[in-house]
Every structure is written in C-alpha cells, then in structure tokens.
Design a protein around this ligand. Structure first.
Ligand code: FAD
Length: 212
C-alpha cells in the first residue's frame, strides 16, 4: 500500500464524521489544524476563523496530505478489524445474486480469476470509475465533466501568516488555493499545498500529464 496524492482539506462537515469514529487525535498528529481562511478577490480581502472556531462547528478543519489521511484510515481499520482483513490486488469485476446471497467475482492485476466470495451483502466503495455502479446503472454514462481543471503540487516552504492559514485568491472558476498540510519535524518548514483552478476544457482527465 503506497501513499499517493497531494493536499486535501477536510472541512468540518467531513471531519465531524471522522471525529465521530474517534480519529481526531490521530488526524491532529499528522495534519495541520487550519486556524484561519484568508479570501482575496479583485475587490476585497477578508479573513475568517476556520473549523472549531467557526460558529456552528465543534470539530476542527484539517489540512492534510492525502497519503497521511489514507494511512490514518488504514491504521484505524487494522487496529479494529485486524491486518488479515486488508487484502490488496483483488479487482472486483461483477456481483451476482444466488437466492439470499451475493457473490462477488474478482481478478488480479493480470486479469487472472481469483476465488469468488459469498456474503449477505456487497458494499462497493470503488471510487468514481466504479465497475459495480456500471453494473447496477448500465445506462448512466460516464461522470459529467464540468470543465474545471486543477494544476496542483506541494512545495517545502517556511510557515506563512498564522502557520495554519488557508489562502484563497479568486473565486469558483479561476482561483488559487494555498495551505500547509504537514509540519516538517524541525518546525522551520512546512509542506505547502497549492492548486490553481480554472475552467478550460480538456479531452480527458489525466493525473500525470505535464501542465501546459
Ligand atoms: C490529489 C487529490 C487531491 C484531492 N483533494 C481533495 C480535497 O481537497 N477535498 C476533497 O473533498 N476531495 C479531494 N480529492 C478527491 C478525493 O480524494 C476523492 O473524492 C475521494 O478519494 C473519493 O473517495 P472514494 O472512497 O469514493 O474513492 P477512492 O479514494 O478513489 O477509493 C476507491 C478505492 O477502490 C479501489 N478500486 C477501484 N476499482 C476497484 C475494483 N473494481 N475492485 C476493487 N477495488 C477497486 C481503488 O484502488 C481505491 O482504493 C482529491 C483527490 C486527489 C487525487
């Protein structure tokens, strides 16, 4: 299992669910607990408090590396369910029903069949390209592309503003987001996530294409 990605902002309505699962301390250890959000537009600049300090929320906002979030979730799952319940490299291809039972079919990365698994229910969480969703909704078509693209990256940089600030420059279809996601051990540097967002049509999504 390998950590992939860059920054994710876990806003309070999402961190509420993770805190309810008892993960607040584990997240606070690896993430930056966002303290304030600075918004800059052509006509104004405002600053507001984030997360727990924002009226109506009793949980924090976390800015985190996607891989660090995945590892917190993986550790919690292993602790609660056991390491033997984490099985990688099994691609689900189809689900059939047999009387009151569901049968999930799998193959490995080379397309070789793996033993089918039977159970009372199958819960699929395969992401945006879900094979099982296609099976259940065959006429749905691919996800709708809004035309909004992001150019993203991370940079090691010294802390800016409060050291836990999120900066948003612009709005909606043309904006720049900058926020720290990890404090590097010396505390003199942080891993800072940046995303430039604009509306510009591309033919296909591709995480690995160079920015142009
Ligand atoms: C770099 C990056 C930054 C992002 N930043 C943000 C952000 O700041 N805020 C935000 O809200 N969202 C963000 N997102 C989006 C967010 O990561 C996704 O919305 C979220 O991961 C979707 O979760 P999921 O569990 O539905 O699917 P996924 O995280 O895609 O997980 C699906 C899992 O299913 C597995 N799988 C796929 N097909 C099969 C199959 N047939 N059989 C078995 N397993 C299968 C995959 O290997 C994967 O492990 C970001 C995404 C990326 C890549």
């Amino acid at each position: 299992m390998k950590a992939v990605g860059v920054g994710i902002n876990i806003l309070p309505h999402a961190s509420r669910e993770l805190c309810a699962l008892g993960l607040e301390d584990a997240l606070a250890k690896v993430a930056v607990t966002t303290r304030d959000i600075v918004s800059i537009t052509a006509s104004a600049s405002t600053s507001q408090r984030a997360g727990r300090a924002l009226a109506g929320y009793d949980v924090p906002q976390f800015s985190i590396h996607r891989g660090d979030l995945q590892m917190v979730l993986l550790d919690a799952f292993i602790e609660r369910a056991g390491a033997d319940k984490v099985i990688t490299g099994w691609r689900c291809t189809r689900v059939d029903y047999d009387g009151g039972e569901a049968i999930a079919h799998f193959e490995d990365a080379y397309g070789k069949s793996l033993p089918s698994q039977r159970g009372t229910a199958v819960v699929s969480a395969e992401g945006i390209h879900s094979v099982l969703r296609k099976q259940v909704y065959p006429d749905e078509g691919p996800p709708k592309y809004s035309g909004i693209n992001m150019w993203r990256g991370v940079t090691r940089w010294k802390p800016f503003l409060s050291g836990a600030s999120m900066i948003r420059i612009g709005w909606h279809i043309r904006k720049l987001l900058i926020y720290p996601i990890r404090t590097i051990s010396t505390r003199k540097a942080q891993l800072v996530n940046w995303s430039a967002i604009s509306k510009r049509r591309y033919k296909a999504r591709d995480w690995n294409r160079g920015a142009a």
